[in-house]
Design a protein around this ligand. Structure first.
Ligand SMILES: NC(=O)c1ccc[n+]([C@@H]2O[C@H](COP(=O)([O-])OP(=O)(O)OC[C@H]3O[C@@H](n4cnc5c(N)ncnc54)[C@H](O)[C@@H]3O)[C@@H](O)[C@H]2O)c1
Length: 343
């Protein structure tokens, strides 16, 4: 199949492109490189022995995307491109509403024009906000607590409405829990700009001496050790979930819209992750407990049953492997992609 991957040089996108190429699909990446580096394309080629087509463009640019759609006949789209930092979305809602919503609008408009039958959308467990109970199933109500989460919810509602109005288009919204880890080659991984927002890159940067110590936001939550519990999933497992979703829509063309959790179903606390990582590197990670962070919740983990039943997909990699691969990526690329010492 010929697949358009928007945001395909980013963290989850690059791992998904590898899985698609390994699966035998042809891939066209559109990315404006606002949060990624073009060297990713070389790394993908080293891993897979194939080079995806790459177009540097903004997905919100209708004319440019029209050119792309007129050049290729896509069988499916995986739409990763977007802005993803919760804190930044509170400060810059204009950027987030434009980038995260207009991009999907452009794609669906062009899918209708060029007869592209399916789209897989990158959603997030953040649409569940502060759930009363765990594990979380897909029928829980939307309870978004920030502009980023609301852009994901609006995208889902938009896809629901458009797939009803245009029965030739199908959509699956994949609600990711907490992706960590990296490809086991150590060639691609998460490369945050500045101070990381997420736990694992923070831990690896402390371990390598780039940051002094980890701040853990609150140890008085109602969890087994007082620190927040999340559902961490290996990014390669997550990537394989996208291949499964594309294949599902290929075989079930009468689908309109589906929302599916991608998680492991296991909750680990911040301290569980720190201790698992310490085991891998054989030394302690310095940390301090600070105040709770506004908007953080105690516990959030998925019920992954729907993904298993519908997509025949389930996460395979355990926490040890997630930590090992995160660490390999960090030591091979101590400064990220830009000044990497791998080549
Ligand atoms: N990483 C997570 O923890 C997480 C969790 C849940 C959902 N998501 C969602 O998954 C998707 C991918 O996340 P990621 O972690 O790989 O992020 P990322 O920032 O690494 O990748 C996003 C890519 O999209 C590109 N991009 C952004 N806006 C664009 C635009 N208008 N046109 C073209 N390219 C554009 C960036 O340059 C980047 O390469 C995002 O939609 C994000 O909201 C991520």
């Amino acid at each position: 199949m010929q697949i358009l991957v928007t945001g395909g040089t980013g963290y989850i996108g690059s791992h998904t492109v590898v899985e698609l190429l390994n699966h035998g699909d042809d891939v066209v990446i559109v990315d404006n490189l606002s949060n990624s580096h073009p060297i990713v394309l070389e790394r993908i080629e080293i891993i897979t022995d194939k080079r995806p087509d790459f177009i540097k463009a903004d997905v919100c640019n209708f004319e440019k995307m029209n050119e792309v759609f007129s050049k290729y006949q896509f069988d499916s789209i995986i739409h990763f491109a977007g802005s993803k930092a919760v804190g930044e979305s509170v400060e810059k809602p204009l950027l987030y509403y434009r980038n995260n919503i207009e991009s999907t609008w452009v794609l669906v408009e062009l899918m209708e024009k060029y007869n592209v039958p399916s789209i897989i959308f990158s959603s997030s467990a953040t649409v569940y906000g502060q759930p009363d109970i765990n594990p979380i199933t897909e029928d829980f109500s939307y309870q978004c607590t920030n502009p980023y989460g609301r852009t994901k919810m609006i995208n889902e509602l938009f896809l629901k409405d458009t797939t009803v109005a245009y029965p030739n288009i199908s959509a699956i919204s994949l609600r990711y829990f907490n992706p960590i880890g990296a490809h086991e080659s150590g060639l691609i991984g998460e490369d945050p700009q500045g101070i990381p927002n997420n736990l694992m890159p923070y831990i690896t940067q402390v371990a390598i001496g780039k940051l002094e110590k980890l701040s853990i936001f609150g140890d008085d939550y109602d969890t087994h050790d007082g620190t927040g519990v999340r559902d961490y999933i290996h990014v390669v497992d997550l990537a394989k979930g996208h291949v499964a979703a594309v294949n599902y829509l290929q075989e079930h063309k009468d689908t309109s819209f589906l929302a599916v959790n991608l998680g492991t179903g296991i909750g680990y606390s911040v301290l569980d992750i720190v201790h698992a990582f310490e085991k891998i590197i054989g030394r302690e990670i310095p940390y301090q407990i600070t105040d709770r962070r506004l908007g953080d919740i105690a516990t959030c983990y998925a019920n992954p049953k729907k993904a298993k039943e519908l997509l025949n997909w389930e996460a395979k990699f355990d926490l040890e492997k997630m930590c090992e691969d995160s660490w390999r990526w960090q030591i091979k690329n101590p400064k990220g992609y830009v000044r990497s010492n791998v080549f």
